[in-house]
Design a protein around this ligand. Structure first.
Ligand SMILES: [Mg+2]
Length: 335
C-alpha cells in the first residue's frame, strides 16, 4: 500500500503541531502550509489524498482556497475537510459545501471523530489509486493482447503459405494443386465449361544437375518457375510445381486453342531464358517438353483422365524430340 499525502493548512503553528500528532502514521506523509496562497501552490505540486483546511486565516481564508481549488482541473477533485473554530451554524456549513467542501471538523478536535473522518478519505484515496493502477494494467494487457493477436495472424499466414506453396519456387505445391484441380473440376461439371491442363518437364534436367551441381540446378528451377508464372498471365491460371522438374498450369474456362496458345508461350518463355545446357541433345539452352489437354468435365469421366491426357501429351513431346508441345488424349477418349 502506498503512502497517502495529506496537506494540512493552518495559520497557527501550534494547530499544525496538533494535526501532526494526530496524523502520526507510517503510511501518511504530511505537507504543511501556513497560508492559503502557500496551500494552493502545494496542491499544484503534489498529489494529495486530502486537504485539512483551516477556515479562519488572515489574507486568503479557507473558503477562498477551496473556491480556487475547485476552479482548477488538477485540484478540483481533491477532498477537503474544513477545520473551524466557529460555532456550528447551518449557514457556515452551507457555505462550505457550496465551495465544494466534503466535510467539517470543529475545534477543539475530537480525536476519535477526527481519525475516523480522515480514515474514510484515506481509504477512498487508496481505493481510487488501486483502481487507476488496475486500469493502467488492463490497458497495458490489452495492448499486449492485440500484439499477440497480430503475431498469431502472421504465423497463421506463414503456416498457410508453407503448407500450400513450394519452398523453392514459391509456386503452388503438389498437394495444393490437387485441391485446386479438384475444385476446378467440380466447377467445370456445374458450368460445363472446358478445363485445360498444361504439363511441363524440363528437358535433361538430371544431366543439368549432374553437370552444374544442385545449387545451380535450384537456381535454374527458380528461373523456369518465374518464366512459367509470368507467361501464364490470367489471374485464374494456376501454376504449380508438381515434381522435381515438373510443372503444371491449370487453365479454367479455356478451349483447346487457348491452351495451345499458352503452351507455345511457355515453351518460348523458358527457351528465351537462354540458360546454357551443355548436356542437352536438343538445344544449347534449357528447354521444356509440354503436354496439353482439354476436357469439359462431366460425370462420365474423372479428374484423373485430364491429368493422364496432359501427361500423354508430355510423353509424346518427349518422343518427338523434346523442346516442343503436343496435345494428349486420355485412354478414355481413345477408347
Ligand atoms: Mg486560523
Amino acid at each position: 500500500m502506498g503512502i497517502a499525502k495529506i496537506l494540512i493548512v493552518d495559520d497557527r503553528p501550534e494547530n499544525l503541531l496538533t494535526l501532526e500528532s494526530l496524523l502520526d502514521e507510517p503510511d501518511i506523509e504530511l505537507v504543511r502550509a501556513t497560508s492559503g496562497v502557500e496551500a494552493l501552490g502545494l496542491t499544484l505540486d503534489h498529489d494529495f489524498a486530502l486537504v485539512l483546511l483551516d477556515v479562519q486565516m488572515p489574507g486568503m481564508d479557507g473558503y477562498e482556497v477551496a473556491e480556487l481549488m475547485r476552479g482548477n482541473k488538477k485540484t478540483k477533485h481533491i477532498p477537503i475537510i474544513f477545520i473551524t473554530a466557529a460555532f456550528r451554524a447551518d449557514a457556515q456549513v452551507f457555505k462550505g459545501y457550496e465551495s465544494g467542501a466534503v466535510d467539517y471538523l470543529f475545534k477543539p478536535l475530537d480525536e476519535r471523530v477526527f481519525k475516523s473522518k480522515v480514515g474514510v478519505f484515506i481509504e477512498l484515496f487508496r481505493h481510487k489509486d488501486a483502481l487507476s493502477k488496475k486500469t493502467l494494467e488492463l490497458d497495458r494487457k490489452l495492448v499486449e493482447l492485440e500484439e499477440l493477436q497480430q503475431q498469431l495472424e502472421e504465423t497463421n499466414e506463414q503456416l498457410r503459405l508453407l503448407s500450400t506453396t513450394d519452398g523453392l519456387t514459391g509456386l503452388l505445391n503438389k498437394r495444393e494443386f490437387e485441391t485446386v484441380f479438384e475444385k476446378e473440376w467440380k466447377r467445370g461439371i456445374r458450368t460445363q465449361s472446358p478445363l485445360s491442363l498444361v504439363m511441363l518437364d524440363i528437358d535433361f534436367f538430371k544431366a543439368y544437375n549432374d553437370t552444374c551441381g544442385h545449387a545451380e540446378g535450384d537456381d535454374c528451377l527458380k528461373k523456369v518457375a518465374k518464366a512459367i508464372s509470368d507467361a501464364a498471365r490470367r489471374h485464374t491460371d494456376m501454376v504449380a510445381r508438381v515434381g522435381g522438374e515438373e510443372f503444371a498450369v491449370l487453365l479454367p474456362e479455356t478451349e483447346p486453342e487457348g491452351a495451345e496458345h499458352v503452351a507455345k508461350r511457355l515453351l518460348k518463355a523458358v527457351y528465351d531464358l537462354a540458360i546454357p545446357h551443355k548436356r542437352s541433345t536438343t538445344s544449347e539452352f534449357v528447354t521444356t517438353s509440354i503436354g496439353v489437354a482439354t476436357m469439359v468435365p462431366d460425370q462420365g469421366c474423372i479428374q484423373r483422365d485430364l491429368f493422364e491426357a496432359a501427361d500423354d501429351g508430355l510423353y509424346r513431346a518427349k518422343e518427338k524430340g523434346r523442346n516442343c508441345w503436343c496435345i494428349g488424349t486420355s485412354i478414355l477418349n481413345v477408347a
